[in-house]
Design a protein around this ligand. Structure first.
Ligand SMILES: *[C@@H]1O[C@H](CO)[C@@H](O)[C@H](O)[C@H]1NC(C)=O
Ligand SMILES: *[C@@H]1O[C@H](CO)[C@@H](O)[C@H](O)[C@H]1NC(C)=O
Length: 495
């Protein structure tokens, strides 16, 4: 008893520290556990903690951080501790007053911008309510909300590769290019290939959903695709750089020295019937065509030298074939200045509506594929200066679509869309702010390089001037285009 009472008296002096130590250890564990848990619930533009879109499955993303702790630290650091901690007093703000004061006295926008009115027409009477957005959410991979010039993103699903990261980067660059001018807005995006808002099925309530392409049977609103800012997975540079490199590369060989054949290189295994059929046309004597399989794994090993687009312009004719839906390859094919043979497309992106048969491309029928290619090749070889002129028309069209013009398109599309909202956009409670620093923080080395290279600078002038809605113009254009395609097909039938 004596001993034990002595012990109890003596105990506080050495038990207390251990209790304290135990307590702080437990708190540390609790904190680590909570932090881990918190990190595991934080979704990022790089795709952390997101499932692939259920409507288009793809293998889950892998991340290359060494350990879970490192990854969790990075997620939390990038997501919560970067925006608002950086100085944003860059040149954007200095030019703010100047650019907002400038009146819209600028140049007229290219005619194809008129499709903005056409794409938004379904909501011109009903306008867009929060109910529209709630329903569109079911088809969206993310929601982008701009309030007071800041971008907030709510992520629902992962997008394949780095599409989400590069698309969101594009929105950030738009804010940089036109500071103080981009209105508050609330938009739903899907980043997979196929349009999903069928005009028949959604006739009673069209849903506004942005994606990279649409068709005449869908309500989906086309928006510039990620590759305008670069495509790290296929080694493609930001658009302005890539265009210049293709243009100058293609000019190294004169028209007469270019191979008098039609060339296609790509991935035929994307579930595209037209690409499968194209394989049958692979015969230079019989069909005047050369069809090559792109093997990305092999190309990566060879440093992508062979897949360099500028070295694929040594043919007088270049074939465009849609993939699983539209294909980003169209802009690179047209940039060659070769005569583009476009196989009757089902999908359209924001700029391809401005193309006109016989002016900047040659339409190829998908019902009579190999003979149609052969006919175009024979015609071009018999009419070299006409063929070259149409090829140049395609390249000039792409040349006029500089990044400055891409931002103008985004600006007007978002501006017109924002006028339709019947509510005031607010930051969703579940969203995170995304800024330049937070996005770069999540990028790997290769992504970061392309993102930095595609940084936009404040525009010294206001966006081009968007013409008012004119559905007659669009309808006439569509009719004229259809008729010209038919006339060109008839030309073939008559031989
Ligand atoms: C749209 O939906 C209708 C009715 O379900 C269907 O017949 C049509 O094929 C669909 N269109 C497209 C382009 O998927
Ligand atoms: C097409 O033909 C060329 C030459 O015969 C050949 O090298 C190439 O592999 C063929 N392409 C495909 C996709 O089989």
């Amino acid at each position: 008893m004596g001993l034990s009472s002595k012990n109890t008296i003596a105990s506080p002096s050495h038990i207390l520290p251990s209790i304290a130590a135990f307590a702080s250890l437990s708190i540390t564990f609790v904190i680590i556990y909570k932090v881990d848990n918190f990190a595991a619930q934080t979704k990022t533009v790089a795709g952390h903690n997101l499932e692939p879109t259920p409507w288009h499955l793809f293998p889950p993303k892998t991340f290359n951080e060494q350990t879970r702790q490192v990854r969790n630290y990075k997620i939390l650091h990038c997501s919560y501790l970067t925006c608002g901690y950086s100085s944003n007093d860059d040149e954007s703000d200095l030019l703010l007053s100047r650019s907002t004061k400038a009146k819209a006295s600028g140049k007229k926008c290219p005619d194809f911008y008129r499709w903005i009115h056409h794409d938004l027409e379904p909501w011109s009477r009903t306008r867009i309510s929060t109910t529209h957005l709630k329903e569109a959410r079911e088809f969206a991979a993310f929601r982008a909300v701009i309030v007071g010039g800041k971008l907030y993103v709510d992520l629902y699903y992962a997008c394949v590769q780095s599409r989400a990261m590069f698309t969101i980067w594009g929105l950030l660059q738009l804010l940089r290019r036109y500071p103080g001018m981009v209105p508050d807005v609330d938009m739903m995006f899907d980043c997979m290939d196929k349009p999903s808002i069928n005009r028949t099925e959604h006739r009673s309530m069209p849903l506004p959903l942005f994606r990279y392409c649409t068709t005449e049977d869908h309500f989906d609103i086309p928006f510039p695709d990620w590759s305008f800012w670069g495509w790290p997975e296929t080694n493609l540079n930001p658009w302005d750089e890539e265009f210049k490199s293709i243009k100058y590369g293609s000019q190294e060989t004169s028209w007469s020295k270019k191979a008098p054949r039609a060339y296609w290189k790509g991935n035929p295994d994307v579930g595209s019937p037209i690409r499968t059929e194209l394989l049958n046309c692979n015969h230079s004597r019989k069909w005047g065509a050369q069809i090559m399989r792109q093997d990305w794994a092999e190309e990566a090993k060879g440093g992508y030298e062979k897949s360099k687009l500028s070295s694929q312009c040594d043919y007088r004719y270049k074939i465009y074939a849609e993939g699983y839906a539209w294909s980003v390859s169209m802009k690179y094919i047209l940039s060659c200045g070769s005569l583009s043979l476009i196989i009757s497309p089902k999908y359209e992106d924001f700029f391809s509506r401005g193309l006109f048969p016989g002016k900047n491309y040659w339409p190829i029928s998908d019902t009579d594929l190999c003979p149609s290619i052969k006919y175009a090749v024979d015609w071009g070889n018999a009419h070299p200066s006409e063929a070259e002129a149409i090829g140049r028309g395609g390249r000039d069209f792409m040349g006029s679509l500089s990044m400055d013009r891409v931002y103008d398109y985004m600006f007007h599309l978002i501006n017109e869309y924002s006028k339709l909202l019947d509510f005031k956009p607010v930051r969703p409670s579940s969203s995170l702010e995304v800024c330049k620093e937070s996005l770069l923080c999540l990028a790997d080395a290769k992504q970061r390089e392309l993102l930095e290279r595609s940084t936009a600078y404040t525009s010294p002038s206001p966006p081009c001037f968007l013409q008012p809605p004119d559905s007659n113009f669009i309808n006439n254009w569509i009719q004229k285009k259809k008729k010209t395609i038919k006339d060109m097909e008839d030309m073939k039938l008559k031989g």
